[in-house]
Every structure is written in C-alpha cells, then in structure tokens.
Design a protein around this ligand. Sequence first.
Ligand code: ATP
Ligand code: MG
Length: 516
Amino acid sequence: AVGGGEVWLPLIQPKELWEQTGRWQIYGKELLRIKDRKNADFCFAPTAEEVVTDLVKKDVRSYRQLPIFLYQFASKFRDEIRPRFGVMRAREFYMKDGYSFHANDEDLSLAYTRIFEAYNKIFKRCGLKFRPVEAEAGAIGGNYSHEFMVLAETGEEEIVSCVCGYAANLERAECVLPAGSPIELALPLAEFPTPGAYTVEAVAQLIGAPKEKFIKTMFYDTDVGPVIALLRGDSILNEPKLVRSLGVKSVEKMAEERYCQLAGCAVGFAGPVGLKDRAFAFDPKVRVVADYLVQGIVNGVSGANRKDAHVKNINLGRDYQPDGFFDLRQALRGDICPRCSAVGKNEVLAFSRGIEVGHTFKLGTKYSAAMGAVFLDESGQSVPFVMGCYGIGVSRVVAAAIEQNNDANGIVWTKELAPFKVIILPVNYDEPNTRQWADRIYNELQAQNISVILDDRLERAGAKFKDADLLGIPIRVTLSEKSLAQGTVEFKLRSQPDPEILPKDQIIPRLRQEFF
Ligand code: ATP
Ligand code: MG
C-alpha cells in the first residue's frame, strides 16, 4: 500500500558484490560462505543491499524512473554465535526486507516516514505492545535508523524512554553533559601500591573509594591511528559513539602488546597522568578523548602507568588534558533524558526491555556510491542513488507475539496472527450426528472465508482440549452427542475462562459476529 513492488532476490550471492562494499570482510563470521564447483566464492544472504543495488544499477538510468521501492519475503541466513529461543534468534529465519531508491534526501525522508508509519500500523494490527526507538545502524549502516521493539521482560534489548516521547535502544541512547560538578578541594597527586589489582573493582575495594572516583583508560586502534578513551569508572564504553565522535570508520580494542608499548606498563595500570606524552613519543597520531562524565571527577583515581601502582587526587587541567570531551558511554540508570535536558527539564530516563522485530534505516549513498550505482539527475549529472532499507523479522514476530500472549495452558493468539481463527472440536468424530454438525459448520465457515481447522482425530476429548489450548486458536466450537441432543453447542474464546452455550443454529451468526 505504500507503493512497493514485490521481487525475489537471490539467496546465494556472489562474493564480488560483497567485496565492492567491503562487507565480505566487515560482516565477519555471521556471513556463511560457500564455494561452487569452480571454486568461486558465494554467501548465503543475511540481507540483500548489495544484490538489490546491483539490480537497480543495471536497469535504472534516469531520475524520471525514481523513486523505486522493492521488497521481498524470503529466508535469510546468519551464522549467529548464539542461536537460541527457537525462531527468536535462529540461524535461518524469515524476513520481509524492502529497499528504496531516491533522487535526493528529501524524497528518501518522505518515503521513510511513510514506511515508518506503515510499520507502526502492521505491528498494531498484529496486536503487539511495541514502541519504535532510535537505534544504532550496525552492520547495515547509515546514520539514521529506528528499531521496532516488542515490549517484554525477556527481551534481549534494553531500551530507554522518557515521558516526552524520546525512546532509544541502550546502544544509541544519548547521554548529556552533567550540570555542575561537586565542589571539592583539589588535593596533591599521590601514588600508592596496588599489587595485582588491575581492575577498577579491585582497586575500589582496596582503598574503599566508589567507582565514580575512577578514571578508566581504554586503548583502541582506528583506521587513523591509536585512540585512548577516558571514562568514569562506572561507565561502559559505547563503541559506535566512539566511532562517531572521532569520525573514523572503525575502532578495535588494542592488542595487549601494543597497549603495553603505548602505556609503558602492564594492562590495567594505565592512567591519564603523563600518558599523552609517552604515547605521543610512540605514535604521534595518538589522540586522547574523554567522556563527559570525566569532567566532573575531582581528586580522581587511575593507573600510575607503572605495574602494581595507582595514583589518587588526579585533577583535570592540572594533571592531564584530553584532546576533547564527547558522549562516549552507555546510558546508566538515573540518567537525564537528553531531549528534556535540552529544554532545561530534569526528567529521568526509564529503562525497559524489548524484542527487536523490525528495523528501518536511512542508508544515504553508502551502498550506491561504493557500487557505482548512479543515475542522471535533472541537470544531467551522474549521481549515486539515495537509499533506504526496511526489515521485519517475520518469524521473530511469531515468537514475540507468543511471549506477550500466553497463559499456563499455552499460546493465546490474537485474531490477526492466529494460524486458524476457529477450531471445531467434535468430542467424538465417529458419532454420526456430531460428525454431521462438525462438517456442516466447517464447510459453512470455509465458504465464508473464515479460516478454520477441524480436529477430526479419534483422540480422547481431554487430549484434544489440551491441544486446542496449547495451539491457542482464538475460538473453539465444541460439539458432543449429548449437547447436540439438547440442541446446543459450546462456543469458547481462548482468552476467556468460560464457554457460552448456544442453540446450535445460533453458532454461525455468533461466529460471524466475532469477525464483523
Ligand atoms: P539482532 O540485533 O537481534 O541480531 P539485527 O539488528 O542483526 O538484529 P537486522 O539486520 O536489522 O537485525 O534485521 C532485520 C530484522 O530481522 C530484525 O529486526 C529482526 O526482527 C530480524 N532478525 C535478525 N536476526 C534474526 C535472527 N537471527 N533470527 C530471527 N530474526 C532475526
Ligand atoms: Mg544480528
């Protein structure tokens, strides 16, 4: 309805396309690779940006042919480290993936908004309690994306949200510069021995100081040289934020050997005092950056750049000076909402959990530029397509819906997602009158296009009731010789504890009432 055309893209894709974007390397072990009989390399599609860009590149020449929006429903394969919870995180799963191509950013924004709204409608119709959140773009790329999170305690993703409407996944959540630091007198630097204590936890315990007093010193390699990141002791570094702050392509934790060369000490004993000069002598490209929270640390504790020693009373300006302050950490409980803080309010972020069922991205020209996928714009210039991509984890939606809708007896499907809307349960299908009525209702519902399943197994009634509950079909119609003799049938909603007893000729109207 938002203007897509359905396609069928290859499941097995050639290495050459993935090399054009660099993802043959970047995707890492999640990309399952195979060879054909001629020893040529291929992969099983984990997603389809490369092949769809190649398809459009070959066929579309002019801005007059744009925009184009192509989608498919297809299996995807990702060699996940930890496949688990059945279809929730499987190596092979079913996805709806869509890709849009535009002449410019404004047109992409229009499409993005329309598709974003369509996703909201889809998940609403699925009967899910969900929320879209701002997200990190990860291996797909781009710098603007949303994840659709089904709210569930058991979800793998942590999300933050605010009453103002701001919501983001933990990876993306912005942290703000804290207002005003504690007033405390700067004390003189003092080194002290910490034999064998190389973690913040261990030293904190040793001297009885809170983790908030510590300056963590972390070493990374980037495509433009080494980087040392300073964080408050209780913070967790967020690598995508480090990448964005530095404007680099990638960051990677530094190998132990290089760390020791740069810091001049064993791992765990590096600290900011005198570190920049030492590291600079080793590699003049080195940069030292600090998280906002480090600005507030007075009389801080960190490594002495000497094995088995730390330093206390470290103060910014006097003892060290980073090259810049950035938002580098993951959000923590108690953090203020970044949107509210911008307008002077101190609303605290709420933390909750979710299951990611969909993801939308503005990709810009990331793929088209890398693959030379260009068209002629209005002025006759050859320019790369502006792209977006949009995915729904169809099979994961099933798992997420069950997570939200179940009871002690099994699944409780919402009508939109149920594999069948009605189950007809004859207590004894061998009994002629029961069979006649069961078949009659079944055929009538079929004729009216209401999806229905008939349990015609010659099982014990108890087993059939248990299975019907377990499968979670929204409506159960039970027929028995005894009730039919009294002229009645039983109508029961899976979501309600008690059945209704209806005159048998009322059953079809009652079912119809449930659907219209
Ligand atoms: P995750 O962080 O859960 O690994 P992702 O960010 O790698 O997901 P995308 O690349 O955005 O996922 O893929 C689009 C959608 O496909 C996701 O929103 C999710 O619903 C679904 N999906 C991704 N990986 C799996 C998987 N291993 N099993 C089932 N569904 C998946
Ligand atoms: Mg993944």
